[in-house]
Design a protein around this ligand. Structure first.
Ligand code: FES
Ligand code: FES
Length: 165
């Protein structure tokens, strides 16, 4: 039994003070201690993307990051994307971009982070150079860290391209 540690964690604009096992991941802190169950635990090993959240605006697999190491970070979960539906969420609805929905919060957070990367001119993920032209192949490559067991990929790509427009 390891000692517990108390430290701050700022999520969706609110700073919480957690007293937890220092080995607690951001994902477990969110789900088990803060009641934010939007981020999902698929693999718990960085392979599925279901746990994706934004850390200082960058998408990350929250199952791979210790909460205690993020005391100064601003964490945004799917619950904190906005008071109303975020444009990416609206496009997911519009394009029927989910079936069971388990991967959806991760897909949405990842898409929000990805569109920001594109806006900032991160090079093409397909060619590794040059301006990113956001076509289907580019979206699939950039979203390749987010798996969907239901195979809703075509509609997910449609939704993201819709949000990009
Ligand atoms: Fe984190 Fe699968 S639960 S990547
Ligand atoms: Fe079921 Fe993606 S909608 S896993």
């Amino acid at each position: 039994d390891s000692a517990r540690e108390t430290f701050p964690l700022t999520v969706n604009g609110t700073t919480h003070h957690l007293t937890v096992d220092p080995r607690t991941t951001v994902l477990d802190a969110l789900r088990e201690h803060l009641g934010l169950t939007g981020a999902k635990k698929g693999c718990d090993h960085g392979q599925c993307g279901a746990c994706t959240v934004l850390l200082d605006g960058r998408r990350v697999n929250s199952c791979l990051i210790l909460a205690i190491s993020q005391q100064d970070a601003l964490i945004t979960t799917v619950e904190g994307l906005g008071d109303d539906l975020h444009p990416v969420q609206r496009e997911f609805l519009e394009h029927d971009a989910y079936q069971c929905g388990y991967c959806t919060p991760g897909q949405v957070c990842s898409a929000v982070g990805m569109l920001d990367e594109v806006a900032q001119g991160w090079p093409s993920a397909v060619t590794r150079t040059g301006e990113p032209a956001l076509d289907r192949a580019e979206v699939r490559e950039r979203m390749s860290g987010n798996l969907c067991r239901c195979g809703a990929y075509p509609n997910i790509v449609d939704a993201i391209l819709g949000a990009a427009r």
